[in-house]
Design a protein around this ligand. Structure first.
Ligand code: R5P
Length: 293
């Protein structure tokens, strides 16, 4: 097996490659003047199996098209089994038809990735189980250990871990167990038409304790900032904010910092100036456990 690293996952892809000890199939990508993307595999792939790693981070549609071409080029040139790692799956939040006239975009994304030739797909903490139903042959990679390691090394052992939404509770609970801390959650309601959110206290006892707020995605920062207000009002002594997939749209990062977060961490499933921890070890461990490597 060799690794094909897409341009949206250059850092994480290389870290996974080094940890797994696999060779690399080099890739050339370019953009035409009209915005179309071009992909070419530079090494022979005949009878080679590949681990293709490409995040669907912004610009999502472009990175999806590059992934489709990487898979298709691999198969069209005689490649063997195509195992695809998607560190961040775009469109996962549209995991069903919420309003009439919509589509379940996540399902569509899954279908076209399989249609391009993906034999099996590994997804790092996708937004929901529903979002990945469209992939027939899939595994999910939990990266909580990478976050636990960071927090234990940075003075947050036994901190109070909070989910800013009940849907994020399982992740927060996993982290709380790993750092031997407490666990609570905030109740979030999102207006389906406007997208506006309001948060109320769910189960919250952070008084006098260091708190960690962890979600799967931070986009505008609205969800996290609403939860931070409740944590502050309830007397948390310090608040760290974490997410697996840090989109940080516009000035979201500064807004969270200004709202009082002492530390903000996000992973390299989305590679940007804010991704300060790597999930490579968790990915390689999971792939080994599932006998992909
Ligand atoms: C939504 O359900 C996700 O889990 C995140 O809570 C959401 O995407 C965060 O978005 P924002 O940062 O814009 O509030």
């Amino acid at each position: 097996m060799k690794v094909i690293i897409g341009p949206a996952s250059k850092g994480l892809g290389e870290r996974i490659r080094l940890l797994s000890g696999l060779g690399k199939i080099n890739v050339h990508t370019k953009e035409f003047p009209d915005g179309e993307v071009y992909v070419r595999l530079l090494d022979d792939v005949k009878s080679v199996d590949a681990l293709i790693i490409q995040s669907l981070s912004p610009p999502q549609d472009r990175n999806l098209m590059i992934l489709l071409q990487l898979i298709s080029a691999f198969k069209a040139n005689g490649g063997g089994n195509a195992s695809v790692v998607i560190p961040y799956m775009a469109y996962a939040r549209q995991d069903k038809m919420f309003l009439s006239g919509e589509t379940a975009s996540a399902n569509l994304v899954a279908k076209i990735i399989e249609a391009a030739g993906a034999d099996r797909v590994a997804l790092v903490e996708p937004h929901s189980e529903h979002a990945i139903q469209g992939f027939k042959n899939r595994i999910v990679i939990d990266v909580t250990r990478s976050f636990a390691k960071y927090y234990i090394e940075n003075g947050f052992e036994k901190a109070y871990v909070v989910a800013p939404d009940k849907n994020a509770a399982v992740r927060a609970q996993r982290l709380a167990e790993m750092i031997k801390g407490g666990f609570g959650w905030v109740e979030k309601v999102r207006d389906k038409e406007t997208g506006g959110i309001s948060s109320t206290e769910g189960e919250l006892n952070p008084a006098g304790r260091k708190a960690i707020l962890i979600d799967d995605i931070i986009s505008t920062g609205g969800t996290i900032i609403e939860a931070m207000k409740l944590l502050k009002a309830k007397g948390a002594s310090q608040i760290s904010v974490a997410c697996v997939h840090g989109l940080f749209i516009g000035n979201a990062y500064d807004k969270i910092r200004n709202a009082g977060a002492s530390i903000i961490i996000s992973s390299d499933t989305i590679e940007n100036q804010y991704s300060n921890i790597s999930v490579a070890e968790d990915v390689v461990r999971a792939l080994r456990e599932k006998n992909w490597l």
